[in-house]
Design a protein around this ligand. Structure first.
Ligand code: GUN
Ligand code: ZN
Length: 439
């Protein structure tokens, strides 16, 4: 079924609110239908309900896709990822600043060529869909063509995506360094061409404080003030060497976050990746502005950056999204990201429940990105982005889930043992865009 109407019959799981951190989700937060119907029309969800209740209301002859035995959730969302780093995943043995110089910057130089950007954008979206991710907030390189390529590829698939060209006017190779205001003009051109077009949105993207002058950060803030519908993405307090460098470069700022505050970059549509080394004062300031931290557990372990304190962030009222952060992240998969988040949580004495994990991947991330009016739930009027999961996709998963007595146990097994083989299908914009090969 392409654009018409159809119904999927399956087990359905979706969140209406944050389930909280306890073993039992807060009342009213989880919607679970053992035999549900998801009625899709023109790329949107027309209705959701128990199959038996909805069946009499369905138009005669409507196609019914029988996925009984499978579990449908909203498409997964990745709040922070670098598409231009796909090919340097798993580059050995460095922490942040050396990793950037040795692997990342040389790789990003390749995106000067539009054909290269087109090819990697395609490959990246294929990989995202393979793991059930239907929306992401994405860094390009500093070349505007990297974002033209990414948005064009997303537009062809009808995906809801946020992205921006990196702003960087110092401390990077010449070939990647913007002219201070030239980078802003390039961003403005990309905004005019792509922001609000179809399902695309623009995130103003200063890489991080060390690679932008104050003048460029201020100009980025000016851009945000000129249009409150823009997003902002950057990095914050990931690594101790980085933090010491920021203190040297911005002696007039009280702390790392203050550098961004002074340029007007901290607001409800701002995502700060990592935020590992924050104090309560910075957490509170971020929370008061409605910003969110993208927790990137596989990246944080890969670069040896540290163990994110999720509980402290939540207690400060600070929104926490979850993200792969590839190429420092080791896996694009949302399931793998949750597994890593659980492991980081264990090392901090704050185990992540499956409820909290799957909430974060769906409605939680949608809210963090101010996209909850469009995506993140299986509910009437939402855009039809969803993932069809097979919780017995592998012999091991089948053995393990056969023993599960509760939904919580099954979801936890999926989060710890699942990988791309558990993603039977990925649907976006009302059509099936990935189907796992059988055999
Ligand atoms: N800080 C500045 N740039 C980057 C990047 O590309 N990846 C990560 N993990 N941290 C950064
Ligand atoms: Zn990053």
């Amino acid at each position: 079924p392409r654009n018409g109407a159809f119904v999927l019959r399956a087990e359905l799981l979706s969140f209406d609110a944050d389930p909280g951190d306890d073993d039992t989700p807060l009342p009213g937060s989880v919607r679970h239908l053992a035999d549900g119907a998801l009625w899709v029309e023109h790329g949107r969800i027309r209705a959701v309900g128990d199959y038996a209740r909805l069946a009499p209301q369905l138009p005669e002859g409507i196609e019914i896709i029988d996925h009984r035995g499978k579990l449908i959730m909203p498409g997964f969302i990745d709040s922070h990822v670098h598409y231009v780093q796909l090919d340097i995943m798993a580059s050995f043995g460095r922490q942040l600043l050396d990793w950037l110089n040795d692997y990342t910057f040389p790789e990003e130089c390749r995106f000067a060529a539009r054909e290269h950007a087109d090819a990697i954008a395609e490959a990246f979206l294929e990989e995202l869909l393979r793991v059930g991710t239907t929306s992401a907030q994405v860094f390009g390189s500093s070349h505007p063509g990297s974002i033209d390529a990414f948005f064009a590829a997303s537009q062809r698939r009808g995906l809801r995506m946020l992205a921006g060209k990196v702003l960087m006017d110092r401390h990077a190779p010449e070939a990647l360094t913007d002219d201070t205001l030239g980078g802003i003009r390039d961003s403005e051109r990309l905004i005019a061409d792509w922001h609000g077009k179809g399902r695309l949105g623009y995130s103003v993207t200063p890489r991080f404080a060390p690679t932008s002058t104050r003048a460029q950060l201020d100009a980025a803030g000016g851009l945000l003030r000129s249009d409150p519908s823009l997003w902002l993405q950057t990095h914050l307090a990931e690594n101790t060497g980085e933090i010491a460098w920021v203190a040297e470069l911005f002696p007039e700022s009280q702390d790392y976050l203050h550098v961004y505050e002074q340029s007007g970059l901290v607001g409800p549509r701002s995502t700060f990746a990592h935020g590992i080394h924050l104090d309560d004062n910075m957490r509170t300031r971020l929370a008061e502005r409605g910003a969110n931290i993208a927790f990137c557990p596989s990246s944080n372990m890969f670069l040896g950056s540290g163990l994110f304190d999720r509980r402290a962030a939540r207690e400060a009222g600070l929104g926490v999204s979850v993200a792969s952060d590839i190429g420092a992240g080791t896996d694009l998969s949302g399931l793998a990201t949750l597994k890593a988040a659980y492991q980081v949580g264990q090392l901090r004495g704050q185990a992540l429940t499956a409820w909290q994990g799957f909430y974060a991947l769906t409605l939680g991330n949608a809210k963090a990105l101010s996209l909850e009016g469009n995506i993140g739930r299986l509910a009437e009027g939402m855009e039809a982005d969803f993932v069809v999961l097979d919780t017995s996709a592998t012999p091991l998963l089948a053995r393990r889930t056969a023993r599960c007595e509760t939904l919580a146990e099954r979801l936890f097994a999926l989060m710890m043992l699942g990988d791309d083989r558990a993603i039977a299908e990925t649907w976006a914009n009302g059509r099936c865009q990935h189907r796992r090969d059988e055999g």
